[in-house]
Design a protein around this ligand. Structure first.
Ligand SMILES: Cc1cc2nc3c(=O)[nH]c(=O)nc-3n(C[C@H](O)[C@H](O)[C@H](O)COP(=O)(O)OP(=O)(O)OC[C@H]3O[C@@H](n4cnc5c(N)ncnc54)[C@H](O)[C@@H]3O)c2cc1C
Length: 287
C-alpha cells in the first residue's frame, strides 16, 4: 500500500491548487479530530492529507455590515469565548459550548464542524437556525452557500471535492429575538441523543412572530422542524405548547441506535423542542 503523504501548503491558494490536483485521492485536514478516527478505522483511505490547520489569516472573528464573519480555522473555543459572539449571537456561543470538552473545543475548528456534516454536531443546528451561509474557495473561484443548502446527507455536504470552506457569515438577528440550544446526552461530553436549536423573534409585544427550530441527531442531516415552527408562531408565554411537541415529533425522523429507539428519540425531540422554545421566548422578552 502506498504510504499516506502529508502536504502542508503555506497559503490558501497553494492549498486550493493541491486539492484541485489530487481531488478524490486527497482529504483536507484541519484539526483532525473527526478525520483521524476515520483514518484509523480505515473508513477512508486517501493517498494525500492536505493540512490547512496553519494557513494564515483564517482564524478571525470579525464584525461586518451584514453579520459576523468567522474564519473557518477559528477554534470552537475561540468562538465560544468571543465577547462579540456572546453578545450578538448567544445561541451560537451556547451551541459551541456543548461540543465535547474544553480540550476538544481548544483544538476543533468551526469550519471542520460544518464540513464534517455530522447530524450530531452541535454548531450546525444553531448556525442553520441563525440563517448562516458559508464561503467556499477553489481554483475555479469563490462562492457562497446558504447552510439551508449545505447539508446534503449523512457526513455529506454540498462542497465540491476541490472546495475549501473558508468563512462562515452569520447575520445578526433582529431586535426582540431570543435563542436556546438544548442537548440531551447519556454522559457529559458525549454527542447528543437529541439536540434542539430554537430562535424566536417577537412581534413587538410578547407574541412569537417567527420561530426557527432545528433538530440535531434526528435525521441524516440537521433538520429544520417546519411543522413545529408553524405551531410555534403566535404563541405567548404561558400558552400550551402541546401542539408544538406533537409537531416536532412529526418533524423528527431518527434512526434507532444504542442511544435509543425511534419512539424514544421522537418523544424526546418533542419535549426538548418545547423546552427550547420556552427558553428562547423568555430570552427574547428579556432582550
Ligand atoms: C472525543 C471527541 C468528542 C467530540 N464531541 C463532539 C460533540 O459533542 N459535539 C460536536 O459537535 N463535535 C464533537 N466532536 C467533533 C469535533 O468537534 C471536531 O473537531 C469537529 O467535528 C471537526 O473539526 P476538525 O477541525 O477536527 O475537522 P477535521 O477532523 O480535520 O475534518 C473533518 C472533515 O471536514 C473536512 N474539512 C475540515 N475543514 C475543512 C474546510 N475548512 N473546508 C473543507 N473541508 C474541511 C475534512 O476533510 C474532514 O472530512 C468530538 C470529537 C472528539 C474527538
Amino acid at each position: 500500500m502506498k504510504p499516506l503523504e502529508f502536504l502542508e501548503p503555506e497559503t490558501l491558494e497553494e492549498a486550493c491548487s493541491l486539492i484541485a490536483k489530487h481531488k478524490d485521492e486527497a482529504r483536507l485536514i484541519s484539526s483532525g479530530q473527526s478525520l483521524i478516527p476515520m483514518l484509523q478505522q480505515r473508513l477512508i483511505t486517501p493517498a494525500y492529507l492536505i493540512s490547512i490547520r496553519n494557513l494564515p489569516g483564517l482564524d478571525y472573528i470579525k464584525e461586518s455590515a451584514d453579520g459576523l464573519r468567522i474564519g473557518a480555522l477559528a477554534t470552537q473555543r475561540s468562538v465560544e469565548m468571543s465577547e462579540v459572539v456572546r453578545r450578538k449571537l448567544p445561541l451560537l456561543a451556547e451551541a459551541v459550548h456543548a461540543v465535547g470538552t474544553v480540550q476538544i473545543r481548544n483544538w476543533g475548528t468551526i469550519g471542520g464542524s460544518l464540513a464534517e456534516a455530522d447530524p450530531t454536531g452541535d454548531p450546525p443546528p444553531a448556525l442553520l437556525a441563525l440563517g448562516a451561509r458559508v464561503k467556499a474557495k477553489s481554483i475555479r473561484g469563490e462562492r457562497e452557500i446558504p447552510l439551508s443548502e449545505f447539508f446534503v446527507d449523512y457526513l455529506q455536504s454540498s462542497l465540491e471535492p476541490d472546495e475549501i470552506l473558508t468563512e462562515i457569515i452569520v447575520p445578526y438577528p433582529p431586535p426582540k429575538t431570543g435563542g436556546a440550544y438544548i442537548k440531551d446526552v447519556v454522559r457529559a461530553g458525549d454527542t447528543g441523543i437529541v439536540t434542539v436549536a430554537a430562535l424566536v423573534t417577537l412581534n413587538g409585544g410578547r407574541k412569537v412572530k417567527e420561530a426557527r427550530i432545528v433538530l440535531g441527531c434526528q435525521s441524516t442531516t440537521p433538520l429544520r422542524a417546519l411543522k413545529a415552527e408553524k405551531a410555534a408562531a403566535g404563541k405567548r408565554p404561558g400558552d400550551s405548547l402541546d401542539d408544538v411537541i406533537a409537531a416536532a415529533q412529526a418533524d423528527s425522523d431518527p434512526a434507532p441506535d444504542v442511544l435509543g429507539s425511534v419512539e424514544y428519540k421522537s418523544y424526546l425531540a418533542g419535549i426538548r423542542t418545547r423546552d427550547a422554545l420556552r427558553l428562547a421566548i423568555s430570552r427574547a422578552i428579556a432582550s
